[in-house]
Write a new protein. Structure first.
Length: 107
């Protein structure tokens, strides 16, 4: 999710108090690079329909994590597949289709 990428970069920027000028400049450059990478993808808005799916799940499912569950809900409402290495959590979310591209297929 774009939000996670942006939050991660902003968290690094927020911790820069007292850092070297080079480190500060690099952190901002990394943030801009992340924004540039995200422009390559279609970023879908989080919809009321996705929120309804999220709200329909029991607390046990939501305990997995709000962000992951909302990613799954958005994928479900848009008929998409979540590409993730985090199979352990996403496999517990009902109705979401996932693929793990980090696992190479053996012929």
């Amino acid at each position: 999710m774009a939000e996670e990428q942006i939050r991660g970069r902003l968290a690094v920027v927020a911790k820069l108090h007292g850092a070297s000028p080079d480190r500060v400049a690099q952190s901002y450059a990394d943030f801009l690079a992340t924004l540039a990478e995200l422009r390559k993808f279609q970023v879908l808005p989080y919809s009321a329909a996705a929120e309804a799916v999220y709200q329909s799940w029991p607390a046990k499912v939501k305990k997995i994590g709000t962000r992951d569950c909302r990613i799954a809900a958005s994928a479900i409402t848009n008929g998409l597949i979540v590409v993730t290495r985090n199979r352990q959590d996403f496999e517990q979310i009902p109705g979401v289709k996932i693929e793990d591209w980090s696992v190479s297929a053996t012929p």
